[in-house]
Design a protein around this ligand. Structure first.
Ligand code: HEC
Length: 403
């Protein structure tokens, strides 16, 4: 402690003290920096992210707005909205509301049918009691009636009518509320029969990756149902954009999240629809349907498809991305044709089939022959409703390149 008036002389003791103080100060400084570094890094990251979004916004305005709209809410007949609740939401609220309503209605129906059974049992009991009065004593009739009466009275006695009725009454307002919720959502344009975008295209991964891969590769097959298909933008796929530019535009779209989840389908243009679901070109697309006969199609000729278009379709129908790429859920894409020729067609179950017929059958009627080791019914059964004859030829041409 320094007393007032005393001069601080840099003697030995004071120098030691000064040394300790300086050292402690330095420790504190290092500690302070260590504690604050993550925060500073966060700020840098945010600034970087902010710049990425800004760059992405500029790229979007220059390259994407002509089709997807300056506000990314889509342009009717040109391209679907990206600032779109169906793209960002995990679940379609109308589908959830419809499921809730139908669950409540099921409960209601169960209780109602229990009460109906009770009423019927009471009537039957009265009738049997009447009949017993007329039955000849000691007759087989009498024995049967007595048994019936015993059974029925047991059931009637064991049923808690008041409580069941109470449960049923309690459900009524819940059903009404659920119905009102659903009606409100429908009025906002939500369709309870549709899935969100990623579920619809069966994309199991993150939205960010879906956007990235769509932007890089485009969707050439969408020419079938949009006047101008989504082009491939990534340099990897022969487009004009560098990977960092793609990343920036993805950051820009991801940034719509908070706005998009509060929009309704009525706020945005052109929800994406597959042709089979009445999309833009459903009118001029002659889908094969699920009853198409692979043998007849093969006899009429399934050659001459375009493998590149087939590959694009293979991706957009999510055949590869969802199931066949890794070869765990379904046989791997690579080697498909070799396996067909060397293994599948040697199986007596496939006698007299050509590779074309075999592939057509596998796409249109997947359960007709299930590759040993895989499960029937996993492959969607409705591709016939999504593709036309040319699509089928293209898919076959593509799979024939998979040796
Ligand atoms: C020539 C018109 C056109 C341009 C320009 C265009 N797109 Fe597209 N885009 C489309 C069409 C059409 C679709 C719908 C494709 C489909 O239905 O398969 C689409 C689909 C998409 C999708 C998938 C949407 C979904 O719900 O699956 C994304 C993401 C996308 N575009 C991003 C972009 C970005 C980013 C740009 C600018 C770099 C861009 N698009 C430029 C026409 C265009």
């Amino acid at each position: 402690m320094l007393k007032a008036g005393r001069v601080l002389v840099p003697n030995f003791q004071n120098r030691v003290l000064l040394g300790i103080a300086t050292f402690s100060g330095m420790l504190l400084l290092v500690f302070w920096i260590a504690v604050n570094e993550p925060g500073r890094m966060d700020v840098f990251t945010q600034q970087y992210h902010g710049r990425s979004i800004e760059n992405g916004a500029a790229t979007f305005a220059n390259n994407c707005a002509t089709c997807h709209g300056p506000d990314a809410r889509g342009i009717t007949g040109k391209a679907p909205a990206l600032n779109n609740p169906m793209l960002f939401l995990k679940d379609n609220p109308a589908k959830v509301a419809a499921a809730k309503l139908s669950d409540l209605q099921n409960q209601q129906n169960t209780l109602k049918s229990q009460i109906d059974t009770y009423n019927k049992n009471t009537q039957d009991l009265a009738a049997a009691t009447e009949a017993l009065k007329k039955a000849a004593p000691g007759s087989a009739d009498e024995t049967a009636l007595k048994k019936q009466i015993a059974d029925l009275s047991n059931q009637v006695k064991n049923f808690d009518l008041a409580n069941t009725q109470k449960q049923l009454d309690a459900l009524t307002p819940q059903v009404q509320a659920a119905q009102a919720d659903l009606d409100k959502l429908k009025a906002q344009g939500w369709d309870p029969n549709r899935d969100t975008r990623l579920a619809e295209v069966k994309w199991g991964g993150r939205l960010e990756d879906y956007l990235t891969s769509t932007i890089i590769s485009g969707r050439p097959v969408s020419a079938a149902y949009w006047p101008q298909p989504m082009p491939a933008w990534g340099q990897q796929a022969g487009g004009p954009m560098r990977p960092d530019e793609v990343q920036d535009v993805v950051a820009y779209i991801m940034n719509f999240h908070d706005m998009a989840v509060n929009l309704t389908p009525k706020d945005v243009n052109q929800q994406f629809k597959l042709p089979s679901e009445g999309g833009a070109a459903a009118a001029n697309k002659q889908v094969l349907g699920t009853n198409a006969d692979p043998k007849a199609l093969a006899q009429a000729g399934l050659g001459g498809g375009d493998p590149a278009a087939g590959e694009a379709l293979y991706t957009s129908l999510a055949c590869g991305p969802a199931c066949h790429l890794a070869g765990q859920i379904a046989p791997a894409t690579k080697g498909t044709y070799t396996r067909i020729v060397n293994e599948r067609l040697k199986d007596p179950a496939n006698a007299n089939k050509t590779p074309e017929e075999y592939i057509a059958e596998s796409i249109l009627k997947p359960n007709a022959y299930v590759v040993p080791g895989f499960t029937a019914g996993v492959m969607p059964q409705d591709f016939g409703n999504k593709i036309d004859l040319q699509d089928l030829k293209n898919l076959i041409a593509y799979l024939e390149t998979q040796k």
